[in-house]
Design a protein around this ligand. Structure first.
Ligand code: NAD
Length: 295
């Protein structure tokens, strides 16, 4: 299948590589030269710009940071939607506001272009291994068209509902993740302040009632888990500012539907303070710094 892939960052890069390895004809583009170079080194064809990437593509996949990037690429200055022939399928994997997904989907529909929102979970490890979870919003027929492509990048595909429903599921999940990571950090820091070995404590909690994804796959304490961003200076992974964006989306949504999300609100403020302290570009598990003795 001819696939255009726009946005080759921590997640989009390995996802595009998996599609290429599966034998799809991938043409990729990112605004960042280092991101383009990395994919070219992996053998993926790089287009000169987004318009060149979508030429003749049957499927267009986007993996961009936030709502404004998706809006701008498809509807605003990027005007990409206007370049797509009727029948093209757009799969947006970015985590963005459900309202933006619906806005792009409506404009797409008017042109005869199909659109699904398909945000993901599983981190950069899942993107590399091709084991992501996709949370899809859109028509069943469009999801079925997308399924063979999604299966090359993920292990679980859920149909959450109509367009935007994937995004709603994703912000519920990430609100929980943000809370879990902050709580896990606090518990480890408390143990370490009492002289416990963080590896031993993490293993005790992982196998006890406090066990969770952070302890399983993404320990926030450097040196506990070799493959986690914490052991790589919190480089790569899932940026604090991206988590802050997702917690903001959850709060906006909660206000709109009058839901009570007290822990989600607190978590948003914790990550906002962490970002203001200069850690916005670090992986979100660096939140442990805010409860550790510094210096
Ligand atoms: P990232 O910042 O590493 O990558 C985003 C890429 O998009 C960058 O390389 C940037 O140059 C590129 N870009 C921005 N605007 C562009 C445009 N108009 N045209 C082409 N390229 C453009 O971000 P990421 O970690 O890969 O995350 C991408 C999305 O996935 C975000 O919405 C994030 O919330 C979500 N997400 C991330 C993770 C994770 O663990 N990193 C996990 C699940 C979901």
């Amino acid at each position: 299948m001819k696939i255009a892939f726009i946005g080759l960052g921590n997640m989009g890069g390995p996802m595009a590589v998996n599609l290429h390895k599966a034998g799809h004809e991938v043409r990729a583009f990112d605004l960042s030269q280092p991101a383009r170079d990395k994919l070219a080194a992996d053998g993926v064809a790089i287009a000169a710009d987004a318009h060149a990437a979508v030429q003749d593509a049957e499927v267009v996949i986007s993996m961009l940071p936030a709502s404004q990037h998706v809006d701008s690429l498809f509807l605003g200055a990027g005007e990409l939607l206007a370049k797509l022939p009727a029948g093209t399928l757009v799969i947006d994997c970015s985590t963005i506001a459900a309202a933006t997904s619906r806005k792009v989907a409506e404009a797409a529909k008017a042109r005869g272009v199909a659109f699904i929102d398909a945000p993901v979970s599983g981190g950069t490890g899942g993107a590399i291994a091709g084991t992501l979870t996709f949370m899809v919003g859109g028509e069943t027929a469009d999801l079925e068209r997308a399924r063979p492509v999604l299966e090359k990048m993920g292990a679980n595909i859920f149909h959450a509902g109509g367009v935007g429903a994937g995004q709603t599921a994703k912000i519920c999940n990430n609100m929980l993740l943000g809370i879990l990571m902050a709580g896990t950090s606090e518990a480890i820091a408390l143990g370490v302040a009492n002289g416990l070995d963080p590896k031993v404590l993490s293993e005790i909690m992982r196998r006890s009632s406090g066990g969770n994804w952070a302890l399983e796959k993404y320990n926030p304490m450097p040196g506990v888990m070799e493959t986690a961003p914490a052991s790589k200076g919190y480089a790569g992974g899932f940026g604090t500012d991206l988590m802050l964006k997702d917690l903001g989306l959850a709060q906006e949504n909660a206000a709109a539907v009058k839901a009570a999300t007290p822990l989600g609100g607190l978590a948003r403020n914790l990550y906002a303070a962490h970002s203001l302290a200069g850690h916005g570009a670090l992986d979100f598990s660096s939140i442990i710094k805010s409860v550790q003795k510094q210096g």
